[in-house]
Design a protein around this ligand. Sequence first.
Ligand code: PRT
Ligand code: ZN
Length: 296
Amino acid sequence: MTSRLRIALQKSGRLSDDSLSLLLECGISLNPPKGGGSRLKTEALNFPLELLFLRDDDIPRYVADGVAHVGIVGENVVLEEAQALAVVERLGFSKCKLSLAVPRNSEIKEISGLQGKRIATSYPRILQEYLRREGISASIHQISGSVEIAPSIGLADAICDIVGSGSTLFSNGLVELHTVLRSEAVLVTSKHFAESKVSTEDSPEGILEKLLFRIQAVGRARAMKYILLNTPNEAISSIVELLPGVRSPTVIPLAREGWSSLHSVVEENQFWSVIEQLRKVGAEGILVLSIEKMIL
Ligand code: PRT
Ligand code: ZN
């Protein structure tokens, strides 16, 4: 009998749209197309995948208990819930920080100033572990929401909370003191599942391998751009050094004597510095395109 891989996703919140988009980019169509809504469970139409929609805080436990084989959740929640999980892939979305922050006019200017103070947070476990490592003893006030107002109502001297753009800190008169953790969405499985062997292609372990292959192809494509340019032939070797490509760039002669067209890939985060160097060595007519999938 063919089994299905069961994946836990956030029902509604900051992770939901990107999690579903990732599956769609992996060529997986859902029934109904966007899942979510009031549904707790749905199946993929063209891949052996069953989706469970949960609160993000519950995902680590469902995966650790084996109710779901895998889950997509913020690393911050994985660490706070401290279940026996293994991160199989970092997904590059829902990036944020868990930061200690204090009122702008606070006398606390560095983390040593937190000694003996009160800190409000929804992440008591991560904070406790951080303070222990730093040798700071402070009292932790666990609250489940609106952590940023704790100092202004006299509940705490500092907070430890998730920061995205930083505008919530700013509008509450708070400044960041220290980044405790950098987080992004991750694909997790239970440690037990991660260690189990792939028995057959259509076992949950085998299906996870296929899903991971697709997720990695999508991830690589997002990190790279396809680049085409014209170059005088004498500059080809310098350009090949700047754009080594997957194996090596494609070079095609142009109709104009002494010129070639060169095709390669370039990492998105090095893009602008590489473009400047390409122009310096004589590249012209540079075109840069998005890549949809990248299989090595
Ligand atoms: O209902 P459920 O329990 O499933 O969801 P939730 O409300 O607990 O979580 P949700 O949807 O708010 O966030 C899910 C995950 O997204 C978090 O666990 C993080 O991994 C990640 N993430 C990314 C963020 C943010 N960015 C973020 N900015 N989580 C929360 N925030 C908060 C932040 O604390 C602040 O209060 O958003 C507010 C705005 O942030 P600024 O800094 O952009 O102003
Ligand atoms: Zn939550």
